[in-house]
Unconditional design. Structure first.
Length: 700
């Protein structure tokens, strides 16, 4: 048998390639010709009973469908209503069949129709999208059939890529309008629920890594539909969900994605090891690219934060998943079970604060796992994430991201069970908090932070925020929230008489520095903000320590140190009082707030007025021009009995967080932004289309 020459082989191969290419061109032309017939008002399926089976075996050209819809005017759209209804109906019918390739192409066709028609609806043509896509007469039945098919794909034994495309199609449908509450197609998703299918995905450890992110995103967006106007079943079902596997899966998805952000940030923040000239050139070259990448990552995380917020805000059972302790994947030690314990102990308290001898509450020594087996949880990851995004708040995206983090922390700080976990001395975690660069320090992250109860890291995060944002672009709203978080934690400690080993002096110093900043920038700040309201929050935190500190401070020495700080910084408190007094004497818009501030300062001023003369007298008697801290503390300890303070009401009370009506505009804006971002991410499904066809071809 003669062997074919290399030249003939190459010629034959070239002919085969051209033939293959021509076949693809023919297929492409065929689908385009069919689409063109539809857009010319024709029905190519007439007299061809196999037309639809053949059509959905051809590779969909979504770009052509959408571009043809874009070319139509209002009358042209209405003229083609019957054809749009027919194509939508037949695509839905195809989803009921047995051929998975047809199902994939049918889903892509539905994506193109939804995107094209909804995009055209923004032109105020006066048509109803439901009527144009499905037709009023058949909409209820067609949509019920469609959602049943989607549920079937998500929960049944179908290829993973088909499940992925089903979720992508639902995201296309849910994000079809900027304002989700104006998307009337979603009414059918209230009647025919996807909730149970999404929960099943979250609880399935095989599907969760592939489908989990889209499932959480879709559920989060469905919760937003008319949430302020009527009873949304997704809100109700999420609020009562008690499926531990699903809630844990939900938490793991959020935790994994936030951890990726944290790792990327750490990688970018590592100091270069090359020479200074190379490092400088590299830094300048990549500065803007890195900044743009960070902004994109933050915007991408908006939907994650919203998902975390909705779970914490709506579902009390989610706190268990939020604080569920687990070891890193590389570790083999099983996570310890939570042990909740508080040690009720208090100082002796009479009509005035005193400083008697008091033993520290005894509690089991916290176990300190080795770094390899150090446990973690979603709250640890979120605290680290918050320490990154709250550093810079000047740009709108950063500000909103930081605001949502603080809202989430507010909800956590109000939850009794979350507090019990955060304060448990037997549950300690290493939380690497990041600190922004300032004039007196470089940016830094604790490489090997101590293992402590989570409340210590939460307080550190709030103290860092208070200290690091004293600037002209003063983020007043974020300060109010951070002080509110501190206040809620202290209220919990006072209520349950929980003592933690925490360097409270750091908090007191940060709060006094905040007061000093308000004083030095009074003229600029008072024009934009009610600084007296903020100052009252600071003063009332001090009042909480003064009045109830003997119930939650770790020992009498801490209580003495509180008085020492108040006396040492008395000029700041005196100046705040003088500032408030000035505004009470004028007809200012802040007159009432200033008057409240003067009332809140009554005990602070009583402490200053009581101890300062005694400290001065002691210095004179001992012929000293200045006193050490220990000498001042000696005077304080000896003069508690003669101090009289006024009992102030409601120091341990706060207004519980409520989304409606105060935060409604913020969340409406955030959801709109998230929808626009998600719409862009699912605008090109060609990769998923290719992967689906490849997988199906391999299966067959």
């Amino acid at each position: 048998m003669s062997q074919e020459s290399p030249a003939n082989k190459e010629k034959t191969h070239s002919i085969l390639l051209r033939k293959s290419s021509n076949q693809k061109m023919v297929l492409k032309e065929k689908i385009v010709q069919i689409y063109e017939a539809f857009f010319h008002g024709e029905d190519p399926s007439v007299s061809n009973p196999n037309f639809w089976d053949e059509l959905f075996l051809l590779r969909v050209n979504t770009q052509f469908i959408e571009s043809e819809i874009d070319k139509l005017n209002g009358d042209g759209l209405l003229d083609l209503k019957d054809n749009f209804n027919l194509l939508f109906f037949q695509a839905c019918e195809t989803l009921k069949g047995d051929n998975n390739i047809r199902k994939v192409n049918a889903l892509l066709t539905l994506c193109a129709l939804v995107r094209g028609i909804f995009r055209k609806s923004q032109g105020n043509y006066g048509f109803d999208v439901i009527n144009l896509l499905v037709g009023f007469d058949s909409a209820e039945g067609v949509m019920q059939s469609l959602i049943e098919c989607i549920n079937n794909f998500l929960t049944g034994d179908f290829p993973t890529t088909l499940k992925q495309l089903s979720l992508k199609f639902m995201l296309v449908l849910v994000t079809a309008t900027d304002n989700i509450s104006q998307n009337t197609m979603l009414e059918y998703l209230l009647i025919n629920s996807l909730f149970e299918s999404l929960v099943l995905i979250l609880g399935n450890w095989n599907l969760r890594p592939i489908l989990g992110q889209d499932a959480v995103l879709l559920l989060t967006l469905l919760v937003q539909y008319r949430k302020y106007e009527s009873a949304n079943p997704y809100v109700v079902k999420l609020s009562i969900l008690d499926d531990e596997l699903a809630l844990t899966g939900y938490a793991q998805i959020v935790s994994h994605l936030l951890s990726e952000f944290n790792r990327d940030y750490e990688d970018q923040s590592e100091e270069p090891t090359q020479g200074w000239f190379s490092a400088l050139a590299s830094m300048v070259g990549s500065m803007f690219v890195a900044e743009e990448k960070k902004m994109e990552m933050m915007r991408a995380n908006d939907s994650l934060l919203l998902a975390l917020y909705e779970a914490i805000h709506l579902n009390r059972n989610f706190i268990t998943a939020l604080t569920h302790s687990h070891t890193p994947p590389s570790a083999t030690t099983p996570p310890s079970s939570p042990v909740i314990s508080t040690s009720p102990a208090s100082f002796t308290q009479g009509s005035a604060p005193s400083s008697p001898t008091q033993e520290r509450p005894t509690s089991p020594a916290p176990t300190t796992p080795s770094p390899m087996t150090q446990p973690t949880n979603l709250l640890v990851t979120f605290l680290q994430y918050s320490s990154i995004v709250t550093q810079e708040t000047k740009e709108t995206t950063r500000f909103n991201n930081a605001k949502l983090c603080l809202i989430i922390l507010t909800c956590i700080a109000e939850d009794q069970y979350a507090n019990s976990i955060m304060h448990d001395a037997n549950m300690t975690f290493r939380v690497p908090l990041h600190k922004m660069p300032m004039r007196h320090r470089k940016a830094r992250t604790e490489v090997n932070p101590p293992s402590r109860p989570l409340v210590c890291s939460l307080l550190d995060l709030m103290v860092e925020f208070v200290q690091s944002h004293l600037m002209k672009t003063f983020p007043m709203e974020l300060y109010v929230r951070s002080l509110g978080i501190i206040h809620r934690v202290l209220c919990y400690q006072k209520k349950l008489r929980v003592r933690i080993q925490y360097p409270w002096k750091h908090l007191w110093t940060a709060l006094i520095n905040l007061l000093k900043f308000l004083l030095s920038h009074e003229n600029q700040l008072v024009k934009k903000y009610n600084v007296f309201h903020l100052a009252s929050k600071v003063v009332n935190i001090f009042n909480l320590f003064v009045t109830y500190g003997d119930t939650f401070l770790p020992n009498p020495t801490s209580y003495d140190e509180l008085y020492y700080e108040i006396i040492r910084m008395h000029h700041s408190f005196d100046n705040v009082y003088s500032m408030a007094l000035r505004y009470t004497a004028t007809e200012s818009e802040h007159k009432d707030s200033a008057a409240k501030l003067t009332n809140h300062l009554v005990n602070i001023r009583a402490i200053i007025n009581h101890f300062s003369p005694k400290v001065d007298a002691w210095a004179v008697a001992n012929h000293l021009s200045s006193l050490t801290e220990e000498q001042v503390l000696e005077v304080v300890r000896g003069n508690y009995d003669t101090l009289t303070l006024k009992l102030q009401d409601s120091l341990d009370q706060y207004e519980r967080y409520s989304e409606k009506p105060r935060e409604t505009p913020f969340f409406t804006s955030q959801v709109r932004s998230i929808i626009c971002d998600v719409r862009k991410s699912v605008s090109n499904l060609s990769t998923h289309h290719h992967d689906a066809l490849t997988e199906l071809a391999a299966i067959s």
